[in-house]
Write a protein that binds this ligand. Structure first.
Ligand code: ADP
Ligand code: MG
Length: 667
């Protein structure tokens, strides 16, 4: 059998060096294999012939059978075109060409029977078909056999006569040469237990579908292949790493954990939290290095799970650290942890960029000696001057802010690689997580603590501001606090800051009786902290901010969130922001303010927000609307996923199957 992988497409008739180069550059097709795996992006049903009299308003592609009556060139310069009058006996329709006039006129014979295929457009009282595909009726078997594939082509390809039809012809020629046989790549066992069609059958039907059902089977097989090899790779790397990386063993649950759990924990853990803590304990006791991603919607109680894991490390005579993406968050985690651990004898330190030199000089040796058991901080933790005595666990909060590289720098903090726990509120859909973070084990906290009232989300247009202000005033009179968030988007920062500052002035005017405060990324850390503190203490009733508050801030009394220019935010981001409210016992509100003029997609996005409070549902919807390439958190994953045929949003079942089979094979 031919070596499909190494045989160049230049062996195909009609593909000279120039066309071969264009195929390579524009479509990535160099070898026979590349060509066979260049799949159509859609299919048009060509099983039916239409009559000219049947043509109506907006029809998709149709085919007709008949004769050309005459050719005529009309217009001049740019409007110059060739018109072929075409009839099937029921009426007349114009076929129109703007390019290749001489070639067309020469190629098609007046009075001969042809099959014409194209999309009719209405033109005055008549219809015409521009640049139709024309085949002699003798070729009907080849072209009009039902589902016709369409291949992606670029302008450059079309200019070199490499249109969709030409690609199809190349596929036909190649498959003929191959006797319509392609070497199988899956073992008989896998084929049998997955009930997949053979690769030959799949390739044949993806290019020349015998029926809609056979096409479907072909697609399933080819999607499976694509996902299967990705999973094999991911799992193999993960296994290799697991075998190589011995983890510090934490054999015992000791006094710290038990004392905290029994005497200091102010509430019962949710079942989801209990499950995740069990998973973490199993990892830490296994002798392998833990590398676990904990996903949980905002407010699901990840911090507490992290704290319990840190206490386990301390119980086993190791240190633990927790790294947050911003100072505000690190401060808050520190405050939270100190509050939880009140009355317990655990030594905790905070280390951020604004830790004073004197304080640093005191802390660093204590970290190095092991006296400090838990360190909470920002990027400052990965600076070289920070040396641990025995770091057993590193927790990274809000993963999407940290690159993979930073994650690995934490590892070098110790002779032995510490256990790593990554916590994220960005609910990456399961299918995507399996592909992106295949090397991480994933835990999901899919339950919120009891007693939370669902946040009510409303969409309001920005020409109804007076009503909005009235609503805010009522809520503040009831003792609530309000967040007002402005977008801050790369490329329009200047205008965005201006909007925020103008908004700030306006709100001070509208609410003279209350303190209004403001934070944004350009402020000095100390000022930011001071403003934030005003809000946390309850002195300020209204906090105006850019998206700096996006992550983690916890003020239970703030129950109203207004998001200005909501149309400019992505769904996941909106959901993150919304998670800042709904933390107390009061009914909370999220008000999405947008302009009236919205694209359909944006309108859908805002609708999803109004209708759903479920982060996973929202992330799935986001994935469907935007495609996975755009999803927050996927860029820095360090693993480009370039899928030809499978779709992570809709092929979850096939992905699961691919993963199961890959697992069976490897273990
Ligand atoms: P996340 O980081 O997942 O967004 P947090 O850890 O900040 O959520 O928790 C949100 C709030 O819920 C905190 O005030 C926390 O103390 C509280 N909380 C966490 N777990 C529970 C629980 N099991 N029951 C009641 N409240 C909880
Ligand atoms: Mg958090």
């Amino acid at each position: 059998m031919l070596d499909l992988h190494n045989r160049s497409v230049t062996y195909l008739p009609g593909v000279g060096p120039k066309k071969a180069e264009i195929l390579r550059q524009e479509a990535g097709i160099s070898s026979y294999e590349d060509l066979l795996f260049y799949f159509p992006y859609k299919y048009v049903d060509r099983s039916r012939f239409y009559k000219v009299v049947e043509i109506r308003g907006t029809m998709p592609y149709i085919q007709l059978k008949g004769r050309i009556l005459s050719f005529e060139i009309v217009g001049e310069g740019r409007t110059k075109r060739l018109i072929g009058r075409f009839t099937d006996g029921t009426g007349i329709i114009d076929l129109v060409w703007f390019k290749g006039i001489a070639y067309v006129k020469d190629k098609y014979v007046i009075g001969k029977d042809y099959i014409v295929f194209g999309k009719p457009t209405e033109f005055g009282n008549n219809y015409n078909i521009a640049h139709p595909e024309i085949d002699p009726v003798e070729n009907a078997d080849q072209v009009a056999g039902g589902l016709t594939p369409f291949y992606n082509t670029t302008e450059k390809m079309k200019k070199s006569f490499l249109n969709s039809k030409a690609i199809q012809n190349l596929q036909y020629t190649l498959l003929n040469w191959l006797n319509w046989q392609v070497p199988e790549t899956l073992s008989p066992d896998v084929l049998a237990c997955t009930h997949m069609v053979s690769l030959t059958e799949a390739i044949r039907n993806i290019h020349f579908p015998e029926s809609a059902e056979k096409l479907k089977q072909a697609q399933v097989r080819l999607k499976f292949d694509e996902l299967f090899y990705i999973q094999l790779n991911i799992l193999r790397t993960a296994t290799a790493r697991k075998l190589k990386l011995k983890g510090i063993v934490f054999p015992q649950v000791g006094d710290y954990f038990n004392d905290f759990y029994k005497n200091h924990l102010p509430f019962e853990l949710t079942n989801a939290q209990k499950r995740v803590v069990r998973e973490i304990r199993a990892d830490m006791g296994s002798g392998r290095q833990m590398n676990r991603l904990v996903q949980g919607d905002v407010g699901s109680g990840k911090t507490l799970v992290g704290l319990l894991a840190m206490l386990l490390a301390v119980d086993n005579h190791c240190q633990a650290c927790m790294m947050a993406p911003t100072e505000i968050l690190a401060n808050q985690h520190y405050a939270t942890v100190m509050e939880f651990l009140k009355g317990m004898d655990v030594k905790v330190a905070l280390l951020t960029g604004s830790t004073k030199k004197k304080e640093r000089n005191k802390i660093l040796p204590e970290i190095a000696s092991g006296e400090i058991q838990i360190v909470i901080g920002t990027h400052a933790l990965i600076e070289e001057s920070v040396v641990f005595s025995s770091l057993g666990l590193a927790i990274i909060d809000e993963q999407h802010r940290f690159g993979v590289e930073q994650r690995s720098r934490l590892w070098t903090k110790n002779r032995q690689i510490p256990h790593v726990l990554v916590m994220t509120a960005t609910p990456i859909p399961r299918t995507l997580a399996m592909t992106l973070y295949g090397d991480l084990d994933v835990s999901v906290i899919d339950e919120l603590p009891p007693g939370r009232k669902p946040i009510q989300t409303l969409h309001r247009y920005d020409n109804k501001k007076a009503q909005l202000h009235e609503f805010l005033r009522k809520e503040i009179e009831r003792g609530r606090q309000v967040y007002i968030v402005y977008p801050l988007i790369e490329g329009s920062e200047k205008l965005d800051y201006k909007n925020l500052e103008e908004g700030f002035e306006l709100f001070k005017e509208i609410f003279p009786e209350y303190t209004v405060c403001m934070v944004h990324g350009k402020m000095k850390a100390a000022d930011k902290e001071a403003e934030m503190q005003k809000f946390i203490s309850g002195e300020a009733k209204i906090l105006m901010a850019t998206t700096v508050i996006e992550v983690g801030v916890n003020v239970p009394n703030a129950s109203v969130m207004v998001i200005e220019s909501a149309e400019r935010f992505g769904l996941s981001q909106l959901h993150q922001l919304r998670g800042r409210v709904g933390r107390g016992a009061e009914q909370s509100y999220c008000i999405l303010v947008s302009s009236y003029k919205l694209s359909n997609e944006t309108r859908k996005r805002l609708e999803i927000m109004v209708n759903s409070n479920n982060g996973f549902e929202i992330a799935e919807a986001d994935l469907r609307l935007r495609g996975h390439g755009d999803l927050e958190g996927t860029q820095q994953s360090g693993m480009g996923i370039d899928l030809k045929i499978a779709n992570l949003a809709s092929d979850g079942q096939i992905l699961q199957l691919a993963r199961d089979i890959a697992q069976q094979i490897l273990y």
